[in-house]
Design a protein around this ligand. Structure first.
Ligand SMILES: *Cc1c(COP(=O)(O)O)cnc(C)c1O
Length: 374
């Protein structure tokens, strides 16, 4: 099956026992057994489910569905993108280890790595990943992991994943990539050898701004450890949210196709606008498109607060990836936890606006931004 067909039918081949067209929701905290021998069957691996914190068909479907599209052996869903990242990091690094992360990370991930991971006795260095020498210079005897994003938030730098994997292989380090902005529709990091791929399924995987969820994928051995972390940390996803995530995932291809083409149209129109200082929109990301986020820097001549008020039907929302076009102000939201000096170095200015482009008619989207600028 090709990508789009596989995308729509992912759930059907996962279970053959059921006859209902839509997967039932296993809204249960535990599974019951006929007797103690029957319960033993869970521990010997003959039965898949015992207690929802340790696994549930609806949440497992979401993990498996994304794993299939990413080309990974295994996948797991968790309560949020951040909890998926935490589970992945703790599956690779233990007390005394060191990890290296790119400095232009999503603010919440920066906060997790800069403020929390240290409490586990794991040291974190932040480096400019666009500079291979800088990354290699930071590697120490106890370094175990390189962490980055395939397309960075909010400036949309496209990571060179082959280069990342080559550094990892040379020094015996694991690699982990946040693929939230690209989704497997555009980029599949495992194909070039990345070990762990994480998603904030709150975004494009879910796609409808109605769940908070994470997904992580990798090979069987590594994912066994990751699943153990999700269960032990209690960061499992609830069954209904898993079900909603699966429902959203089926239309990933259609949404990404339309949203990417709309984003390209919007970026081209905004590049021609004299009031905008800079338009960030990547090129050559994939043959299917370049992603659905457009970031603009309005510069000092435009009042950002006034601009947000003029955006008629475009919602101001501190998230991204819904089917409706929305805007956010990274300095005031996602990048609030990032130190001012680092924000300035990266180019995350107070006049930066991140646009998550939806599935509306592209002409309406362009007109909404043009009239706000006017
Ligand atoms: C939103 C986001 C996260 C965090 O995900 P949550 O679901 O909010 O925990 C991580 N990485 C990126 C790139 C994001 O956009």
């Amino acid at each position: 099956m090709r990508f789009q067909t596989k995308n729509v039918h992912f759930q059907e081949k996962l279970d053959t026992k059921e006859i209902s067209k839509s997967k039932p929701i296993y809204q249960t905290s535990a599974f019951s057994f006929h007797d103690l021998e029957d319960m033993e069957a869970f521990f010997s691996g003959e039965k898949s489910y015992m207690y929802t914190r340790m696994g549930n068909p609806n949440t497992d479907d979401l993990g498996k569905g994304v794993a299939d599209l990413e080309g990974a052996e295994a996948g797991a869903a968790s309560s949020s993108g951040i909890s998926a990242i935490l589970a992945g990091v703790l599956a690779v690094a233990k007390t005394g280890d060191h990890i290296i992360a790119t400095e232009d990370l999503y603010g919440g991930t920066y906060q997790l790595l800069a403020r929390e991971i240290g409490n586990f006795g794991i040291e974190v260095s932040f480096v400019d990943f666009s500079n291979r020498d800088e990354v290699e210079a930071k590697i120490k005897h106890n370094t175990v992991l390189l962490y980055t994003e395939s397309i960075t938030n909010p400036l949309l730098r496209v990571e060179d994943l082959e280069e990342l994997v080559s550094i990892g292989k040379k020094h015996g380090l694991k690699t982990m990539v946040d693929n939230t902005f690209a989704t497997p529709y555009l980029i599949r990091p495992h194909e070039v050898g990345v070990d762990l791929v994480v998603h904030s399924a709150t975004k494009y995987i879910g796609g409808h701004s109605d769940i908070s969820a994470g997904v992580i994928t990798g090979n069987k051995a590594l994912m066994k450890k990751v699943k153990g972390k999700i269960s032990n940390l209690g960061s499992n996803l609830g069954p209904f949210d898993g079900w909603l995530g699966c429902r959203g995932l089926k239309t990933l291809s259609l949404r990404m196709e339309k949203q990417s083409s709309n984003a390209k149209g919007l970026a081209e129109a905004l590049r021609k606008h004299e009031k905008i200082k800079k338009v960030y929109y990547p090129e050559g990301v994939s043959s299917r498109g370049d992603g659905a986020i457009v970031t603009i820097d309005l510069g000092d001549d435009v009042d950002v607060y006034k601009f947000f008020r003029q955006l008629s039907w475009v919602k101001v929302v501190p998230t991204l990836a819904g089917v409706e076009t929305s805007v956010t102000h990274p300095v005031g939201t996602s990048h609030r936890p990032v130190p001012v000096e680092l924000r300035e170095k990266l180019g995350v200015t107070p006049s930066l606006v991140r646009i998550s482009v939806g599935i509306e008619d592209v002409e309406d989207i362009i007109e909404a931004f043009q009239s706000a600028l006017q």
